[in-house]
Write a protein that binds this ligand. Sequence first.
Ligand code: SOE
Length: 380
Amino acid sequence: MAGARPLRIGLVGCGFMGRTHSNAYRQVNQFFDCEYHPELKAVCGRDRERTEQFARRWGYQHAETDWDVLVKRDDVDVIDIASPNDTHAGIAIAAAKAGKIVLCEKPLARNLVEALRMVAAAEDAGVPNMVWYNYRRVPAVTLAKQIIEDGNLGRVFHYRAKFLQDWTISRDIPVGGRALWRLDRDLAGSGVTGDLLAHCIDTAIWLNGPIAHVSAMTETFVKERESAVTGHAVEVSIDDASAFLARFENGSLGTFEATRFARGHKALYTFEVNGEKGSLAWDLHDLHRLRYFEYEEASELRGWRSIHVTEPEHPYMKSWWVPGLQIGYEHTFIHQAADLLIALSAGQMPSPAFREALATERVIDAVLQSAALMKWVAVV
Ligand code: SOE
């Protein structure tokens, strides 16, 4: 049921994330009871024809090609940034100054300096702000959070996370341009550290608390590629792979790994948490299952159980189908949109806000520093 209060959305970006966010706005009121309903007011992209096509397909009323014009529109309440990382800071700061609600796709920024400026701008303006860390809203991951918060793991000893892909192994893949900006450090800020480890770090901090120290290594396996823009060979300076050891403030130890060179893996995000009383494990390729080991069970029955997270008692699931029927990737964005609308109605800051996401930026910064220095680095 559509809510009574319109929330007029101005989206920047017509790519993969522009689609996930738009889909969430279109579906959220069909499944969740929220006072607000997103109204798709305007979308902004660099190419007029492509942006108009996107507007028609998703139902945006207007298409813009200049984000500055979008930010100044009086008929827009929210600026949602789903464009490449190099655009995040400029748009977010301008949007906050214009008094808009500011939403931003992860990672918050290309680097810590930009991230700090974005936090300051949003807080100075006093506007609601949020970063899209969608994996927190996988029902199985939210259930993991509840199990940990209820004290069921006891003292945590280990946190282990991986995000494995294989799409950049070929030397023929060029750098830059609309599709391949993730391979250009000027546009992305970093490689897999900001793109993939950002997810692992955000979930880890959410589930297991702050990270205090890191020791990292990164590698660029393909050091020269053709530029998709000029056709000339350019040096590649993003990290193709990144791994680090971590000490959490709660005394537990972490290991993290992300790569685009793990042949055979497309988007294998996994984590495992081992505590004194139990363990949890999750895997994006089987995202509706949470594996749970409970030590206190009778020893002859003790073992890893695989919880099929589709019951109405499970996070978000009562809004979907009937027990046993699964949901998928796009639903995580719908859940985050629902949480956003509910927070706005309650006059609360949506989560994670820019300041909360800053913790991940600080870890990313420490990881890149540690890899460059070949030393342990404190997260400040
Ligand atoms: C990269 O391939 C990517 O699309 C990331 O940018 C997303 O954040 C991640 O969820 C899936 O992989």
